[in-house]
Design a protein around this ligand. Structure first.
Ligand SMILES: C[S@@+](CC[C@H](N)C(=O)[O-])C[C@H]1O[C@@H](n2cnc3c(N)ncnc32)[C@H](O)[C@@H]1O
Length: 382
């Protein structure tokens, strides 16, 4: 018999949960600081908030979010938190723990929290579309045990409530979907989760990894095309001992800055064997050339490939460092230090000219970089 959602067995902190929380904490901290600079009030919505504290005393996502708010109280006027959990026992503990936590905060008067005991699919839009929140940027954390409580049309509407204001960080239970691909009783729920029945094509594959890959690909593509989300970034959470995916963490945003921060956070978390930073094969970067960037290739080789790519793409043109960062993040599986390192070498080799104004070193987003025309280059790098 399946365990109740409030069964203590389900509330032991696992290593992958720690990683998930670390990513959430790091991202939420930077998100709060960036978003607050333009909006004095921000909103964190935890749709599957759980009971706020694990059996071993470790904080759950709601306490972690309140802690982030308290530590960054200097940057906003009000940090609104909405916590929701459908299980009544979990909800009671959630309420108690979050009340206590906020009371103990240095910035107690700036942190406003509300708890609900509803189904996510029934409470998400009424809260996020309400007058209180519809104008605020909301970071929505969706962390279910399964896939039945997260219909695609709700996720899509969340991403489209305001013009590109909301973000979603979603624990996408790919393996649970995969196991029920051929169970006709689950078909309707799976169709609701994808917002389409295209997933039925995946039944033709028998290989587990291929099924998983296709499920992720379809979901990412639904977010991009149906929900019109500009940046969708997945992170694979693997089983610590077996070669099995537990779930994917998927970040969806319409802001380049948000995408960049999450890619940086995930890149830095991806060094352990138990979870992964997904490279070009999975992300669906915006052109075929991306496949040059084999995730297994050494860092030096990948930076060298980036240098050559930049030289080809920007031959004879002048762009800003910000443009080159966007190119690196959108079209390769590399990040800012790789871009800087590629440009430093190009400058040393006199392939580019950097207009730094009065400054003589480094790269800032607004600096203009001239790529000297190809025919002025004597040889390629070897
Ligand atoms: C993975 S746990 C949440 C863990 C929590 N986010 C954390 O990181 O500490 C999933 C929670 O979803 C709740 N739940 C299950 N179905 C739900 C639904 N339809 N709507 C809202 N909550 C639900 C369960 O009671 C459980 O507490």
């Amino acid at each position: 018999m399946p365990l109740d959602d409030s069964d203590p067995e389900k509330w032991h902190m696992k290593e992958h949960t720690e990683v998930k929380h670390r990513i959430l904490r790091k991202y939420l901290t930077t998100w709060t600081r960036i978003v607050s600079s333009a909006n004095p009030e921000v909103h964190y919505f935890d749709g599957f908030a759980g009971r706020a504290r694990y059996e071993d005393g470790e904080p759950g996502s709601p306490l972690l979010a309140i802690d982030v708010a308290d530590r960054n109280g200097d940057v906003f006027d009000t940090f609104h938190c909405t916590f929701n959990d459908y299980d009544f026992d979990n909800y009671e503990i959630l309420k108690d723990e979050t009340d206590k936590k906020v009371k103990g905060c240095e910035n107690e008067n700036k942190i406003k929290h509300t708890c609900f005991n509803e189904k996510f699919e029934e409470i998400a839009l009424p809260v996020l579309e309400s007058d209180a929140y519809s104008d605020l940027p909301s970071m929505v954390f969706i962390d279910p045990f399964g896939y039945s409580g997260t219909p695609f049309n709700i996720i899509s509407k969340i991403m489209n409530i305001q013009e590109s204001g909301n973000e979603v960080f979603f624990n996408f239970m790919v393996d649970k979907i995969r196991r029920f691909l051929n169970d006709n009783e689950k078909a309707e729920t799976i169709t609701r989760a994808f917002g389409s029945d295209d997933w039925k094509d995946i039944r033709q594959y028998s290989d587990r990894k291929k099924q998983e890959e296709e499920i992720l690909k379809l979901y990412v593509s639904q977010l991009k095309s149906d929900a019109d989300v500009e940046y969708v970034f997945p992170f694979q959470m693997k089983h610590p001992d077996k070669d099995v995916t537990l779930y994917y963490l998927i970040h969806a945003t319409n802001h380049f800055k948000g995408f960049k921060v999450m890619k940086d956070v995930m890149f830095n978390e991806g060094d352990d064997d138990n979870f992964a930073y997904l490279g070009s094969d999975h992300y669906g970067y915006e052109d075929e050339q991306t496949n040059l960037f084999e995730a297994t290739a050494s860092e030096d080789i990948r930076v060298k490939e980036l240098r050559e790519r930049l030289l080809d793409v920007y031959d004879g043109s002048t762009v800003t460092f910000g443009d080159l960062l966007k190119y690196t993040y959108r079209r390769t599986d590399l990040v800012e230090p790789h871009c800087r390192s590629a440009l430093e070498t190009l400058e040393t080799k006199d392939k580019i000219r950097v207009d730094r104004g009065d400054s003589d070193r480094g790269f800032k987003e607004e600096y203009e970089i001239e790529f000297k025309p190809q025919n002025q280059r004597l040889t390629d790098f070897s």
